[in-house]
Design a protein around this ligand. Structure first.
Ligand code: 26W
Length: 795
């Protein structure tokens, strides 16, 4: 470990020289990476020792996705070495940011759910709480997106290199996972036991990633499992080569669908591998005191993807440790808790009973028994058929994972107030009534260390100069900035930094995509996965409306705006892909029109990922959070923008509601229907988009142009978009909210015309954003669900 810049430079140069005379950027990266790993190693070892000595309660966060982003710079930041290293390298003629650019980010997640898991890992370590992650080590992360003719293409992204990976293989901790086989009763020393005969064994090998907390004191572990062939004989009747191939497939790719349930056997294999390997690993450390499991550990399952943890823990306790059902159920349901991240019907996981029965025969029997006992317990409660239907785990040959997760957990939470209310009052009403104290809310958060301190070092520096550095530890103290929202010097500095972040983004885009952007335009940014309910379509339709207005009305010459889009569509989600194609088509038309181009510019950032987000968010003036009310469980991008002083244009949905509550509606641009209205329309099937078209000339004209194909290329594209809006009844209420959205945009222009007022609103947003740090979220989980104790790190 070094204590000064000079020491660092010396050590760095020595190591670099050992690598040979050629001083490439790659070598510098390799050297810095190795040094960082060594610094982390010490704290990692010490943290683990402390946990062991103190026998502290440990939390295990199980998630099928961990979207951690680049690691090097963030680790340096959390170790408090970033500036020192940057300056040292500078003096050696090297640019730290260029070195950072060499890291391929591990895209082990699709979107919000995976990124949330990563933010939580950061907060756990930073709060010095014993909390670790269990996930899967996909060889290929989320696909790389390119546009060919405006269409999304997908290439596999391989993030694993030959050397210097972010993770360390732990062969010593490998476990075997049983698939298929037959369930049999065998006579053991202590009576009859259930056993799986002739399963197909797959070896799960863990790879550990250190999670470095703030100030580098606590280093927790993210453990990712990789599937490999087992030394035990594979199942009879299968060629070894086939077994080998099928095994390698299990952790070969991240499933790129983030809301469409694909129901593939491979996905089920992944889920079981995650649950079984993690639980075997946990139990092996607690063998001697299993009775006390709920006091010594907590398991949080991130959505239902790891819900098989419930029957798997039951299986281990009953089959491997000869416990009776009641005892096993008591311990299981006091150990596991569950977070729900979506109410979209198509994203609610359901598995075909036959599939589970054949792949996981023992697990199936346990789920069946859980369901039987639960139904039995309801028998004398006089429930009507509808209620019984909502409460059943298995029904008509289908297993409902959300019901299994609720029944098998001691706590269940939604991820924003509105979402939790919808869960309790509608989606899971019957379950909530059955288990009145189980449901609670934990509004999501984001780690301010990555999204402000690291991504916007300039702004974070200004904040520290202004209110001191305590806000980094207690982000709610950002509220002290409120006072400075009236201070002209501070506002000017804030504006200067915003311009600087815009320049940095421009530079990045120019280098990556050869796009030139006007730095004085309003940066209006819509970045997230492509989905109908996130309404990228509404955004692009509005831009078409603006184009028409500019063409039609020679007095309408609005202030220049750059509309940024970024996001991927699931490869099988055709509608979302058609919207991508359409945005690219509209972009070509608008950007090449000499008149419109003076006022509107559309930029579609290719391959949106965590790294791109770190460039885009600090540069934003306007944050687009425009989901159909009731559909976005929380959103977390909304919080990142707010923390960087962008103003939100948004609906009353997810955590937007709480953002508006914190900052005041006067410092945001709120529009559109409320969740109750949307749900009322849905219940009564009373929304008819044709009525909107007939009553609004502007929208009518827009639709005519769409039908004519003025805004699309190729008939298929026009048919898809028009089909959704007209013939499929506009399921996400795009036309219904369009004018209200357009009015909110007009208000944005009015507000932007007064730069000081605009900056003041931005600063008020930053000042009100502290509550959205994931440190707050994690502390609440710990207080209400996990009951962890802080383990202060010893330096
Ligand atoms: C079955 C396939 C599948 C895969 C992922 C279904 C659903 C998912 C996730 C639930 C999708 C997701 O990422 N949800 C998002 O979770 C965020 C973190 O809580 C929220 O902020 C977003 O609102 C929610 O859409």
């Amino acid at each position: 470990m070094f204590t000064s810049k000079e020491e660092f430079k010396k050590s760095f140069t020595n190591r670099l020289e050992l690598k040979g005379t050629e001083k490439s950027l790659e070598r510098a990266h390799e050297t810095l990476w190795e040094m960082t790993c060594e610094w982390v190693q010490e704290s990692w070892k010490r943290t683990n020792q402390l946990y062991e000595e103190n026998q502290d309660k440990q939390l295990y966060y199980m998630s099928i996705e961990f979207l951690i982003g680049r690691v090097l710079g963030q680790n340096l930041q959390n170790l408090n070495f970033y500036n020192m290293v940057k300056e040292g390298l500078d003096e050696l003629g090297l640019e730290l940011s260029e070195i950072e650019e060499l890291e391929i980010e591990p895209g082990l997640g699709n979107g919000g759910l995976g990124r949330l898991a990563a933010c939580f890992m950061d907060s756990l370590a930073s709060l010095e709480l014993p909390g670790h992650g269990y996930g899967l080590r996909y060889r290929g992360g989320l696909f790389t997106q390119h546009f060919v003719n405006g269409n999304q293409t997908e290439q596999p992204t391989n993030w694993i290199k030959d050397t210097n990976n972010v993770d360390t293989r732990r062969e010593d901790l490998a476990v075997d996972i049983p698939y298929y086989g037959e369930v049999q009763l065998v006579m053991g020393l202590d009576g009859m036991r259930t056993k799986i005969e002739n399963p197909e064994w797959v070896k799960a090998v863990p790879y550990d990633i250190p999670i470095v907390g703030a100030n580098g004191g606590t280093v927790n572990t993210l453990r990712l499992w990789q599937a490999e062939v087992s030394d035990r004989s594979p199942s009879v009747g299968k060629e070894y080569a086939v077994y080998e191939r099928e095994t390698a497939h299990i952790t070969d790719r991240l499933y790129p669908d983030d809301s469409l349930e694909t129901g593939k056997i491979l996905r089920l294999k992944q889920q079981y591998l995650l649950c079984s390997a993690s639980l075997q690993n946990i139990i092996s450390n607690h063998k001697s005191s299993l009775e006390k499991l709920p006091d010594s550990i907590a398991i949080q399952i991130n959505d239902t993807h790891p819900a098989l943890a419930v029957p798997e823990l039951m299986r281990i306790l009953i089959d491997d440790y000869a416990w009776d059902w009641e005892r096993a159920w008591d311990v299981t349901t006091r150990t596991i808790s569950y977070t729900n991240h979506t109410i979209l019907e198509e994203a609610m996981e359901k598995w075909d009973s036959h599939l589970i029965q054949s792949l996981l025969p023992r697990i199936y029997l346990i789920i069946e028994e859980i369901d039987r006992r639960f139904k039995e317990s309801l028998q004398n409660q006089e429930k009507d058929d509808e209620t019984l239907h909502k409460l059943s785990i298995i029904e008509n040959g289908v297993i409902k994972m959300a019901v299994l997760a609720v029944v098998g957990s001691y706590k269940v939470n939604g991820v924003a107030k509105l979402h939790t209310e919808i869960l309790k009052k509608r989606e899971m009403k019957e379950l909530n009534e059955q288990f009145p104290n189980k449901f609670h809310n934990k509004t999501n958060g984001i780690t301010h260390r990555r999204w402000l301190i690291k991504a916007n070092q300039e702004l974070s520096g200004l904040i520290t100069e202004t209110i001191g550095s305590q806000w980094m530890k207690e982000p709610e103290r950002l509220s002290e900035l409120h006072y400075f929202s009236q201070n002209q010097n501070f506002l000017q500095d804030f504006q200067t930094i915003k311009s600087l972040k815009k320049e940095q983004l421009i530079h990045h885009l120019q280098r990556d995509q050869n796009i030139i952007v006007d730095p004085s335009s309003i940066f209006d940014i819509h970045i997230k996965r492509f989905h109908g309910y996130k309404r990228q379509l509404m955004n692009i339709l509005h831009i078409q409306m603006l184009y028409d207005r500019i063409k039609r009305d020679s007095t309408y010459r609005p202030y220049p705006r750059t509309f940024f889009f970024g996001g991927k569509a699931a490869p099988s989600y055709h509608f979302a892909k058609q919207v991508i194609k359409m945005i690219n088509t509209v972009a070509t038309k608008v950007n090449n029109d000499p008149l419109a181009r003076q006022h509107l510019h559309i930029v579609f950032v290719e391959n949106y990922n965590v790294t791109q987000a770190e460039y885009l968010i600090p540069a934003a003036d306007v944050s687009e959070q425009i989901s159909t009310a009731s559909k976005e469980a929380s959103g977390t991008g909304n919080m990142k923008f707010m923390m960087n002083g962008a103003l939100t244009i948004g609906t009353f949905d997810g955590a937007n509601v709480e953002i508006f509550e914190q900052v005041g509606q006067e410092n945001a641009f709120v529009f559109g229907m409320r969740a109750e209205q949307v749900m009322e329309y849905e219940k009564n099937h009373s929304y008819n988009p044709k009525e909107i078209i007939e009553s609004d000339v502007e929208i009518e004209k827009l639709m005519e142009e769409l039908v004519k194909g003025d805004w699309t290329e190729g008939k298929a594209n026009a048919d898809f978009i028009v089909g959704q809006l007209l013939h499929d009844g506009d399921p996400y209420f795009v036309l219904k909210d369009l004018q209200s959205y357009a009015k909110a945009h007009e208000k944005i222009l009015d507000a932007y015309a007064n730069p000081v007022k605009w900056a003041e609103m931005g600063v008020k947003n930053i000042a009100a954003s502290g509550i959205f740090s994931s440190d707050r979220t994690i502390q609440q989980y710990s207080d209400d669900v996990w009951h962890l104790t802080k383990v202060p790190s010893i330096y």
